[in-house]
Design a protein around this ligand. Structure first.
Ligand SMILES: [Zn+2]
Length: 420
């Protein structure tokens, strides 16, 4: 019996050694990633910008619901608005033979109702504007796809798209929606730094006009971006970049995303010292995502000491009124259920989360060693890289059991938790 016990012990010790040798970078990075001391839930929504006046009504209804939800500290639920600051002036582009790109921005009087709905929500703390492109595409790429050498079927589809009063960027081909590369021809090619810098300054001017200041947070369209983009953002006042946990830098020959070029964790730094946050929980009611999905994700992220950032899009909230109401209703159910499950849940903006990730002294950061070890074990168990070795050796079960034990006996609240 004693020998059997020693053999089992030796097996797991050898397995742990192998894990450390093969995946030491992952283990170290998981440990270094900040651990939050309480559950944090942020609704991240993208693609808001010029559109029909019904969009303003959707924003007002969202603001009403978000304001009715309060965390323990009295803070209302926050939805970030990834703002696309303009739409193409389709009639003018077509009249000019598609040789010159022309736009209408959020500053246009036609979009006053949307602008005011965004501003009112931001003033009440329920909306947090974020950079999401002056357009959701690179204008020269669009013109290239409208040119004589482009695919005729795609060219006609884009001409039809431009006929709309407010063309929706959601309706563009996926590859074209990557603003920060030239996808006029595939595979995509990088943009020149000077063109990027000019585009950022133009976008900053619109954002400053609409919101009085430029947001601190940027969301790369389709998560395709590179170092030059980060430097340009940082030069314009951006200090945080939202990521899916990895970075994509180009579109391949088929228009799909090329393989990611790097893995990203919460609190990692990019060019210009921008702080990355990871957003990888999807909540698209139009695609059938339900509140239960949010609650499960919140449970797992909280156990890992991470914030839960829900990714959603304008498209869920701008359809026929029945669809819009159903989507907003599901969002409300998700947030109310989260508050019921986690009495210490905190709502905040992504900019505030980035500030916590930067500040080791923040009261929102966990200091209790046992809780940090538990979060680390749960992170390791959820990693894709070591998944095979954890499964084959049985080490994954051991890690989960120890994590559960630490979580179960960790009845003492962090001394900082009451403040967070
Ligand atoms: Zn988008």
């Amino acid at each position: 019996m004693h020998t059997l016990f020693l053999l089992i012990l030796a097996w797991f010790a050898a397995s742990a050694g192998l894990l450390a040798v093969l995946h030491w970078r992952t283990l170290l990075a998981s440990w270094r990633e900040p651990v939050l001391a309480c559950p944090v839930l942020i609704v991240e929504s993208d693609d808001w910008g010029p559109g029909p006046s019904e969009d303003a009504a959707a924003l007002q209804e969202l603001a009403r619901v978000l304001e009715s939800l309060r965390d323990e500290g009295g803070r209302c639920a926050v939805m970030t608005l990834g703002v696309v600051s303009s739409v193409p002036d389709g009639q003018a582009i077509l009249a000019g033979g598609c040789s010159t790109y022309l736009r209408r921005t959020l500053a246009d009087s036609a979009f006053m109702a949307i602008r005011e709905a965004m501003q009112a929500g931001a003033a009440r703390g329920v909306f947090a504007p974020q950079w999401h492109g002056l357009e959701h595409f690179w204008p020269d790429s669009l013109l290239a796809c409208l040119g004589e050498r482009a695919d005729p079927a795609q060219r006609q589809a884009l001409r039809d798209w431009l006929q709309a009063d407010c063309p929706r960027s959601e309706d563009l081909p996926s590859a074209l929606q990557s603003r920060w590369v030239d996808a006029g021809r595939l595979p995509s090619t990088p943009l020149t730094p000077s063109a990027v810098a000019l585009a950022m300054r133009e976008e900053a001017a619109v954002l400053r006009y609409v919101f009085g200041a430029v947001p601190e947070v940027a969301v790369p369209n389709t998560f395709v971006w590179g170092d030059a983009i980060e430097r340009a953002w940082a030069a314009c006042g951006v200090s945080c970049v939202v990521t899916p946990g990895s970075r994509y830098e180009e579109r391949d020959a088929t228009g799909g995303l090329a393989s990611p070029t790097r893995r990203i964790r919460n609190g990692d730094r990019g060019r210009g010292d921008v702080c990355y946050v990871v957003r990888d929980v999807y909540f698209e009611p139009l695609r059938g995502h339900r509140a239960e999905h949010v609650w499960q994700a919140l449970e797992a992220k909280t156990a890992q000491g991470r914030a839960t950032l829900l990714e959603t899009h304008r498209s869920n909230f701008i359809g026929p009124s029945e669809m819009r109401d159903a989507a907003i209703g599901e969002l409300e159910r998700a947030l109310r259920g989260a508050l019921t499950d986690h009495h210490d849940l905190r709502f905040m903006s992504t900019a505030e989360l980035a500030q916590i990730l930067r500040d080791a002294e923040s009261p929102f950061r966990e200091r209790d060693l046992r809780r940090r070890v538990e979060a680390w074990l749960r992170r390791v168990a959820a990693e894709a890289g070591p998944a095979r070795i954890l499964k084959i050796t049985g080490l994954g079960s051991v890690i989960r059991t120890v994590g559960n034990f630490l979580g179960g006996v960790n009845f003492r609240r962090s001394r900082y938790q009451a403040d967070c």
